[in-house]
Design a protein around this ligand. Structure first.
Ligand SMILES: *Cc1c(COP(=O)(O)O)cnc(C)c1O
Length: 387
């Protein structure tokens, strides 16, 4: 099976991990701060806080922004469940903004309309989690303007967009957001196996996330309630978690980061080849907003004129039968049984439902060979045109 995504591990990556295994620190050593500093420098942002997953990073980002019971967090329905779950972890509730039917990111028009009606109803969101689907940034400058008008905070879920750019600057610079989250899961742009990171230009938010990542414990006397009892002394000043990244994972991340430009370049080449070779088929190719430069975590096509559901499903099954691990990113979060229990209605999100009935993720990853990609194109042609 040709998967839709997979990691690319070099001998240098393996050597970096093995070196750490023989070192003094498996956790809480020098690798994590070095990885944080390198990612921060890469993105042109002041602070970076590594975590054991992007899900953990999203959780502590929400907490750091003060999300709690009574608050509402908005996000896109076309995302991984973690973009919404982070709010529920904090005791807040979630609502969704339907997607734009060309970028598949949350729709600015729908966002504006929902903000206007929510302002009247007096239930504006505390935080908006803007998800950069496939690696294409949301229209952050516009989102930032709305956040200034309506007073909500902004988290970019850039799990897909490590190495991407918006208006010529790296995603992660947080120019238009409070916090940006990266994921380093193996299917993502660079990997630490499991891992994530929160980026911010706000030192207070960074410090809050550092504390929450590690039990809410401080060894800094200026943060303590009491004066230290002795050199062993530490204080728990908040209710935190153990969300730390290990030294082993950080060493892999440092080694992977060296190749990020190549990874993104290769993904963009694959996308360009698909764009050229799939044109003329009854499908919609990925639209790229002129302000964005995608890292192409995903290559999503949509079937045209195929009627409903069943044909979409049969194209999928034909691709899988041909050994092509086509996938669907994502099932709208509100359709998940857990969210259905919360009372969400699919007809409030028509663009997400239309997307769900027509989207297919094709394989894209740095190690995808020219030959395998040609095979994917030929099979798709055969399935869609019957020849
Ligand atoms: C992968 C992903 C996450 C979660 O990342 P983990 O590192 O696996 O916790 C969150 N949001 C989006 C959009 C993702 O794709």
């Amino acid at each position: 099976m040709i998967p839709y995504g997979r990691q690319d591990i070099s001998q240098d990556d393996i050597d970096a991990v093995i070196r750490v295994l023989g070192s003094d620190f498996l956790t809480q050593g020098p690798e994590v701060p070095a990885f944080e500093a390198q990612v921060a420098a890469f993105c042109g942002v002041k602070h970076a806080v590594a975590a054991n997953s992007a899900t953990s990073a999203l959780h502590i980002a929400c907490l750091a922004l003060g999300v709690g019971p009574g608050d509402v967090v908005w996000t896109s329905p076309i995302t991984f469940v973690a973009s919404a779950n982070c709010a529920l972890y904090c005791g807040a509730s979630v609502d969704f903004v339907d997607i734009d039917s060309s970028t598949y990111n949350l729709s600015l028009d729908k966002l504006r309309a929902k903000l206007e009606s929510s302002a009247i109803a007096g239930k504006l969101p505390k935080v908006l989690v803007a998800v950069h689907l496939s690696g294409q940034s949301c229209e952050m400058e516009e989102i930032k303007k709305l956040s200034n008008i309506y007073g909500f905070r902004v988290i970019e879920d850039a799990s897909h967009a490590v190495g991407a750019k918006y208006k010529g600057r790296p995603v992660g610079s947080c120019e238009y957001s409070d916090i940006t989250i990266f994921s380093f899961h193996p299917v993502k742009i660079i990997t630490t196996a499991e891992g994530g990171m929160s980026l911010t230009n706000d030192p207070a938010l960074a410090r809050r996330m550092e504390l929450l990542r590690s039990h809410g414990i401080t060894r800094d006397s200026s943060e303590m309630a009491n004066s230290p009892h002795g050199s062993w002394y530490y204080e728990q000043i908040d209710l935190g978690f153990n969300y730390r990244m290990t030294e082993i994972h950080a060493a892999l991340g440092i080694s992977q980061l060296k190749r990020i430009a190549d990874f993104v370049e290769r993904r963009r080449q694959i996308a360009e080849t698909y764009d050229a070779e799939l044109s003329g088929l009854p499908i919609v190719l990925p639209f790229q907003h002129p302000d964005t430069w995608s890292s192409y975590h995903l290559y999503v096509i949509r079937l045209l004129d195929m009627g409903k559901g069943i044909e979409h499903r049969s194209v999928f099954e034909a691709l899988r039968a041909a050994g092509i691990g086509a996938n669907l990113h994502y099932i709208p979060v509100f359709l998940q049984p857990y969210y259905q229990e919360l009372g969400f209605k699919a007809d409030e999100f028509p663009n997400s439902m239309a997307y769900y009935s027509s989207a297919i993720t094709l394989p894209i990853y740095p190690g995808l060979t020219r030959q395998d990609q040609r095979y994917v194109v030929e099979e798709l042609r055969r399935i869609l045109l019957g020849r």
